[in-house]
Write a protein that binds this ligand. Structure first.
Ligand SMILES: O=C(O)COP(=O)(O)O
Ligand SMILES: [Mg+2]
Length: 220
């Protein structure tokens, strides 16, 4: 079965504001104020909680790598408490998913978010059951760009990893697809959209309305 696997943050869902809010709550607890800006640091947020902590601590004195590790669980706890306040699906995402499913193409998710948080977010948005699989950062011992979680997300969706592609928004997604030997479709509407062309994916996607056609042309 042909399969399209989606990344989550920055690809299916615009999660930047809730992620930045969680990091800022941690920084405020440490007396540092709001070190990140939801608009300016959206691309940093798409690279995960540790990257947000590293970026914030780089702006002040006296907080090193150890503090990033110490605060990581706290960021995730804040995020867990307010995971879908501002987060929203990108326009046309679920219409594209429905169109793919109508063509008997399996759809699943492979994310570097912890699986439980990804599951909670998808349920809050009312779309968990639209995806046949969900593999997160901690589902397997390895995470993207290792190709294993991608392959697992394909097989759990009932698909064949040789007839699959990955829709993503980052160098990590590009690398994952390359390692798995499948085409990548990188979206240009996320916070790092302007950088996607340099990664030379098989497809650059500016609008979800164009996804079903793009997948057809890949001839999976
Ligand atoms: O949380 C991250 O590191 C990024 O998550 P993503 O893989 O869904 O983009
Ligand atoms: Mg992403």
């Amino acid at each position: 079965m042909r399969t399209v696997i989606f990344d989550l943050d920055g690809t299916l869902v615009d999660t930047a504001a809730d992620l930045v809010a969680a990091a800022n709550a941690c920084f405020r607890d440490l007396g540092l104020g709001d070190l990140l800006d939801p608009a300016e640091d959206a691309a940093i947020a798409m690279r995960g909680a540790k990257m947000m902590l590293r970026t914030g601590f780089a702006k002040v004195e006296g907080f090193g790598v150890d503090e990033v590790d110490r605060q990581y669980d706290r960021v995730l706890a804040y995020y867990d408490d307010a995971i879908a306040v501002h987060s929203a699906l990108y326009p046309g995402a679920m219409e594209a998913v429905a169109a793919l499913r109508a063509e008997d193409i399996a759809v699943g998710i492979c994310t570097n978010k912890p699986e439980a948080l990804a599951d909670k977010l998808l349920r809050a948005l009312g779309v968990r059951d639209d995806f046949a699989s969900l593999v997160g950062a901690d589902t397997l011992p390895v995470r993207k760009p290792d190709p294993l979680p991608f392959r697992e997300s394909v097989t759990r969706a009932g698909g064949d990893p040789a007839r699959a592609c990955l829709v993503g928004d980052s160098e990590t997604d590009r690398e994952t697809a390359r390692e798995a030997g499948v085409p990548s479709i990188l979206v240009t509407f996320g916070p790092a959209g302007h950088l996607m062309a340099d990664l030379r994916p098989e497809v650059l996607l500016a609008d979800y309305a164009d996804l079903p056609d793009a997948v057809r042309h890949l001839a999976l």
